[in-house]
Design a binder for this molecule. Sequence first.
Ligand code: SAM
Length: 291
Amino acid sequence: MLVEKRYFETLHNGYGQYFDVTEILFEQKTPQWHLIIFNNPNFGRVMALNGIIQTTERDEFIYHETLTHTPILAHGNVKSVLIIGGGDGGILREVVKHQDIEHITMVEIDNTVVDMCKTYFPNHSACAYDDPRVNLVISDGADFVNKTSERFDVIISDCTDPVGPGEALFEYAFYAGCKRCLDENGIFVAQNGVPFMQIEELTTSQQRLSAYFSDVTFYTSCVPTYVGGQMALAWGTENHALRKESVQTISERYNASNIVTKYYNPHIHVASFALPNFVSQAIKNVANNQR
Ligand code: SAM
């Protein structure tokens, strides 16, 4: 919400962050969102959808590297990736860094987000859309996963919070569709909010994901403009060993991939699965209630 020269995020009641706005670069009511892109002296260009901060030039790499490289290097032999959402292009940029991946499908519901982020956040996608392995589909992700005949080794849901069309990406039907098109040894990961502020979002996802995956947990990253503490990233797979790969194994894969990262590294990879007690206890409570 814009008040004079300040943008106030409206995600949480009674608590939030604001950004001084030095220039509004783009603002439009698209069929899906109220989309705004503006300049801020501390974080560079900032995008918000429906009053919720989506990405900033300055701290985007933390989130995009963590959500992308953790499942891909844990898996160790990824040939096909599905990105749901991700309209700012940051996840796509990180996925295309992996030369062994043979094809990448990205399903984003709002073409205006893709187009405006190509224009105002060129370093997010960094020409990744031109990679011949990439197939961009403008559609609802929940619909896509329940209809596609493609199969994927990793599915990355880089979704908004569960608002508007984003709600569908936290429902049973979406998770069922992801399980349906994920390879039996595959990994599903998803943006799952800041548990200190949104613990119900985490426990609801765990409950729903557990209907389709036998190994459901979360890993974390600290993204300054996703306020309120660590961000939780959902993890679902049938292969319980994948998230327990050693620093040595992840290091071998990381070095062999020749990818360059500013935040992600093998030690952070392994450490990101260590959860604070209030989160692991909330997960245990859900598991106990499901028995
Ligand atoms: N990193 C951000 C976060 O953690 O909140 C998310 C960034 S990305 C811009 C979120 C994208 O999800 C948006 O481009 C939005 O249009 C897309 N999206 C939301 N619901 C969707 C759906 N049902 N199908 C496909 N894309 C969707």
